[in-house]
Design a protein around this ligand. Structure first.
Ligand SMILES: [Zn+2]
Length: 531
């Protein structure tokens, strides 16, 4: 028991500042390691580090559900690291993705494979694929990708029936969805994103109509307060779409509903971002994306949640230290939890299509399912969806730590980043300090003051001398900063303790909690330093 405690507290004591580029490089490496060159670079869905020997796992969902995660992860990893990565994998996975548009309906369909049979079209998987097309188009600008996206939007438009302001998908779409009925709502966010980039009005109509359908209490998904039943990870994918709908339409009715449901979901997580589903890398990304839409809709206080969740859960869900794999504790037999190895007898020693080569080292950088107190070890619990969503959360940190607007440079988050505009070296949580340097002279800089910091005690200095600043709507503003100089942004790290509760659910019953855990947390600023 003592040993277990030490491992748990290590998890939360670990406190290097988060270097977004380094962390993203590790995650991208794992994305490439989990591609299988024997089968057109299809991705393994995960790594089973709960077993001895550990192995990368092939699954029926690998082709059309998991592959798009890998495509998205590679785009973000390449963008942040400025490294090309494994170009064979990138090219192979992209052509494999397009090869799954096999029907005349505009949708991707799972193929027959040595380890799986085809299954009916799944709207959750169309959402995954639409994200992949958008990310890929963002990198290369290839027009043909828009043809695929347009065809999918047409398909979704034809499949859904208008009813008042709502759009209703056929009942079998909900029954077939691999992520449960709420998984259909995952289509809202990428449809509205596609509308924003293309102006496609069918994407807007289906996106908003589907949001209206899910938000309407009469349809049984949510009541006025919350009322959601089902897998939390799928539920929060809907919420991400609702908040996007609020940001896109500016409709105050949608905004107040989206905000209320978002707050209800966050209240079901701990302040450090653990979730009832045990899959925080994925679920926290949905809540971070949702929070970003709420920021854009006029609520800047949601930056605080994004900062806390990325620091304490997104980054910590990564498998960084190969020594964490414990060959003694790992099961000598396969444990077929969640039907991860569906179809194979439990006494089969080595699965015919899985990969057993140097799996622990090749898993480094990948993201794991987590309990509120550490990594979870069960079959395929280091999962490609989680690694991809860690990269999507890191992308928020990357894009919003230092960027340019027409009024000057802005820093909403202060993670360690370096881009064409300059660099930030964060010292959190050891010190409340972030050092900014700029690639060119800068007219104006706006730094969001962390919500835990005493506004009267934040400061900017150069060579130990204070720089004149003013405070505007939660931001510290300084004018005329010189290229090449190091500017110290300092803020007191409030020390405090909190008690957190987390309801925990066990597969397959996501309606009734199996237990409630209590966790005492010590904080420095927004970082947990002891659990
Ligand atoms: Zn996941």
């Amino acid at each position: 028991m003592k040993e277990k405690r030490e491992r748990l507290s290590d998890w939360m004591q670990w406190s290097d500042p988060i270097d977004v580029r380094r962390r993203s490089a590790l995650a991208m490496r794992n994305v490439f390691e989990m591609a299988d060159p024997r089968f057109n670079h299809v991705t393994y869905i995960g790594a089973s580090l709960s077993e001895n020997p550990p192995h990368f796992v092939h699954h029926r969902l690998g082709w059309t559900e998991a592959l798009p995660y890998s495509v998205v992860g590679a785009v973000i990893g390449r963008k942040i690291t400025q490294e090309v990565g494994d170009e064979k994998v990138v090219a192979g996975q992209r052509s494999l993705l397009l090869s799954h548009f096999t029907g005349m309906d505009g949708f991707v369909h799972s193929p027959a494979s040595p380890w799986s049979a085809p299954y009916p079209m799944d709207i959750w998987e169309q959402a995954r694929t639409l994200y992949a097309l958008i990310y890929w188009f963002g990198e290369t600008g290839e027009e043909r990708l828009l043809d695929y996206a347009e065809a999918m939007v047409d398909g979704l438009f034809k499949l859904s029936v208008p009813r008042g302001s709502e759009r209703v998908f056929p009942a079998n779409s909900f029954a077939r969805c691999s992520m449960g009925p709420y998984g259909v709502g995952a289509i809202i966010d990428p449809l509205l994103w596609y509308y924003q980039m293309s102006g496609n009005h069918k994407a807007l109509m289906v996106g908003i109509g589907t949001a209206e359908f899910f938000m309407d209490p009469a349809n049984g998904f949510f009541d006025e307060q919350w009322g959601a039943k089902g897998f939390f990870r799928s539920v929060v994918a809907c919420l991400n779409g609702f908040s996007k709908a609020a940001a896109v339409t500016g409709d105050p009715r949608i905004l107040s509903r989206a905000k209320c449901l978002h707050d209800a979901a966050v209240s079901r997580c701990t302040a450090y971002g653990s979730t009832p589903c045990g899959e925080p890398a994925c679920s926290d990304f949905e809540l971070n994306g949702s929070a970003l839409s709420l920021v854009q809709a006029g609520y800047p206080e949601y930056w605080d949640q994004i900062d806390r969740f990325i620091r304490n859960q997104t980054a910590r869900s990564q498998f960084i230290d190969p020594n964490e794999y414990d060959s003694e504790k790992a099961s000598k037999k396969r444990v077929n939890l969640y039907n991860i190895y569906d179809g194979y007898p439990d006494d089969l020693q080595v699965l015919p299509f899985d990969d057993y080569r140097d799996v622990v080292n090749r898993s480094v950088g990948g993201a794991m399912w987590c309990s509120p107190s550490g990594h979870s070890f069960f079959p395929a619990s280091l999962m490609i969806c989680c690694t991809s969503h860690v990269l999507r959360s890191f992308e928020i940190a990357w894009d919003h730590s230092l960027y340019e607007t027409n009024t000057g440079l802005v820093s909403d988050l202060q993670f360690s980043v370096d881009n064409a505009l300059g660099t930030i070296v964060s010292h959190e949580p050891k010190e409340g300090r972030a050092v900014f340097t700029f690639a060119k002279d800068t007219e104006s800089l706006r730094i969001r003051i962390p919500s835990f910091a005493d506004v009267g005690k934040v400061a900017l200095s150069k060579n130990g001398e204070s720089v004149p600043t003013r405070i505007e709507r939660g931001y510290l503003v300084a004018d005329r900063l010189s290229k090449g100089c190091a500017y110290d942004f300092t803020f007191p790290l409030a020390e405090r303790e909190s008690v957190e509760w987390q309801q925990l659910f066990e597969f397959p019953d996501y309606d009734h909690p199996a237990a409630t855990g209590e966790y005492r947390v010590q904080w420095r600023g927004n970082s947990c330093v002891l659990l």
